[in-house]
Design a protein around this ligand. Structure first.
Ligand code: FAD
Ligand code: NAI
Length: 467
């Protein structure tokens, strides 16, 4: 007789990967439980990631516009006063209502929420807190956490040396904030506190900020941030940190070797990347190894090499992004239900929610060339876009990289106030295998920032109108 289980599916982790997988599996008629050790649902993204960071970015953008002349330039004269309690209050409120929203969706879809840390006993048996749960399928969606920097101790309660979680909650604006790592978190949260009045210095190991993005975009972004007042120490590694009272002193040296120096800060943000969560998950009990980067490997259908055990999200290879995790959550549930769930990992947009926003999808120019393409590219400056110019948002550009022979679009990169929204069009274009001509001959509403996308495509064709 077939073995019976408590559930068809147990999902471990209720982040955007896990909660979406659980809901989709339930929608497909399966009996589903979802375990998470946090007090609230939504994982990193809703509790300490995407959502609270955007709440702080949005509010600080208004403050910046009022304090630093952008409003005045439009004839609105105000002197802003910062109310930290309210600023944090609206962040907490956003997190609270969205995490509760997931609890509501779980109820609506009959997903059982199990609060507690999950550990495998065998491939179909998992201990969640004190409870033992059996399931025909188990999905590992345990996400990721902050990569520690050896020699530097994070203490999110004292606010002198913090990670991203502490940097969301600083009770006062630091005089000097030093960000270690000029990646996505460093630039987003560094921007928040710069806008609110802190002096911000980013110390980055590599020679350029934002690794992984197109070279032109990385350079242009750094110029813009520099103009906003963020200081960069590139090609520099931090070797240690001492804390005396409310001051941290960082020891640094050139990445290539050379004379050491020190830098004082009122707040240090450690943002050098994130690592997959597989600790105390009991992977050894099911004979599942992690790769060199600590990730759980899967096939295209998100099966691990252990029968009945699947994995998605930040814990598997690929960009550590909420929308990638969500799409994998849908796909894994469909595959468990016997359907064909697919994620096109070549078309995952990424967005940095600074001002202006920085976004990209597909290949960088260097990646396209490495992949053997002869490319034609075109850049259209936001300065020449009527809406951006009218809105006093001249910084940035749209860059399109197309195959020179077929004209197929290989990658699109943008810096613009609303680049995160604009990039959706590019993702659709790549997904449909569009050519730059397709984009150039698609009617785009006027006056919108998106016209810059059309003009960049016209540029690939050799005939932009407005430059
Ligand atoms: P997670 O969201 O990490 O969820 C995993 C959950 O599993 C967690 O709640 C964890 O506590 C729980 N868990 C782990 N192990 C166990 C266990 N053994 N038992 C029970 N529970 C367990 N991405 C974007 O796309 N856009 C953004 O704007 C963005 N902003 C970010 C800002 C910050 C400050 C940070 C830190 C991240 C941001 N990210 C953003 C990344 C995004 O948060 C992650 O890519 C996303 O949350 C990954 O989803 P996940 O479901 O794989 O894992
Ligand atoms: P990151 O990988 O984006 O950037 C880390 C940076 O630190 C890199 O530039 C790296 O070269 C540098 N670095 C590494 N070690 C260093 C050292 N010892 N000294 C100095 N610099 C060093 O990682 P980050 O910013 O921590 O973010 C983690 C992940 O979270 C991102 O990769 C992304 O997947 C996700 N995230 C996504 C967001 C979004 O989509 N908007 C926002 C925030 C986070």
């Amino acid at each position: 007789a077939e073995q019976t289980y408590d559930y068809d599916v147990l999902v471990i982790g209720a982040g955007p990967g896990g909660y979406v997988a659980a809901i989709r599996a339930a929608q497909l008629g399966l009996k589903v439980a979802c375990a998470d050790s946090r007090e609230t649902l939504g994982g990193t993204c809703l509790n300490v990631g995407c959502i609270p960071s955007k709440a702080m970015l949005h509010a600080s953008e208004y403050y910046d516009a009022a304090a630093n002349g952008a409003m005045e330039a439009m004839g609105i004269e105000v002197t802003p006063r910062l109310n930290m309690e309210k600023l944090h209050g609206q962040r907490i409120e956003a997190v609270d209502s969205l995490t509760k929203g997931i609890a509501f969706l779980f109820k609506k879809n009959k997903v059982e929420w199990k609060k507690g840390h999950a550990t495998f006993q065998d491939p179909h048996t998992v201990k969640v807190g004190d409870e033992t749960v059996t399931a025909k399928n188990v999905v590992i969606a345990t996400g990721s956490s902050v990569t520690p920097l050896p020699g530097i101790e994070v203490d999110n309660s004292r606010f002198v040396v913090v990670d991203s979680t502490g940097a969301l909650e600083l009770p006062k604006v630091p005089g000097h904030m030093v960000v270690i790592g000029a990646g996505v978190i460093g630039l987003e949260l560094g921007s928040v506190w710069r806008r609110l009045g802190a002096k911000v210095t980013c110390v980055e190991y590599l020679d350029e900020i934002l690794p992984g993005m197109d070279e032109d975009i990385r350079k242009e972004a750094r110029k813009i941030f520099k103009k906003q007042g963020i200081e960069f120490r590139l090609g520099t590694k931090v070797t240690g940190c001492t804390v005396a009272g409310d001051t941290a002193t960082l020891a640094m040296e050139p990445a290539a070797g050379g004379a050491a120096e020190t830098l004082d800060a009122d707040c240090v943000l450690v943002s050098i990347g994130r690592k997959p969560n597989t600790d105390k998950l009991g992977l050894e009990a099911i004979g599942l190894d992690v790769n060199k980067r600590g990730q759980v490997e899967t096939d295209h259908e998100f099966r691990t090499k252990v029968d009945g055990v699947w994995a998605i999200g930040d814990v598997i290879p690929g960009p550590m992004l909420a929308h990638k995790a969500e799409d994998e959550g849908i796909a894994v549930a469909e595959n468990i239900a016997g359907q064909t769930g697919i994620v096109n990992h070549d078309v995952i947009p990424s967005v940095v929610y600074t001002w202006p926003e920085i976004a990209g999808v597909g290949l960088t120019e260097a990646q396209a060339k490495d992949a053997g393409h002869t490319v034609k590219t075109s850049k259209f400056p936001m300065m020449a876009n009527s809406r951006a110019k009218t809105n006093h948002e001249p910084d940035g550009l749209v860059k399109i990289i197309a195959d020179a022979e077929t004209d197929r679009v290989l990658g699109v990169w943008a810096i613009a106030s609303v680049a995160g929204t604009m990039i959706a069009e590019a993702a659709l274009a790549l997904e449909f295998g569009a050519t730059s001509e397709d984009i150039a001959y698609t009617c785009h509403a006027h006056p919108t920032h998106s016209e810059a996308m059309k003009e960049a495509a016209m540029g690939v064709q050799g005939k932009p109108i407005h430059i």
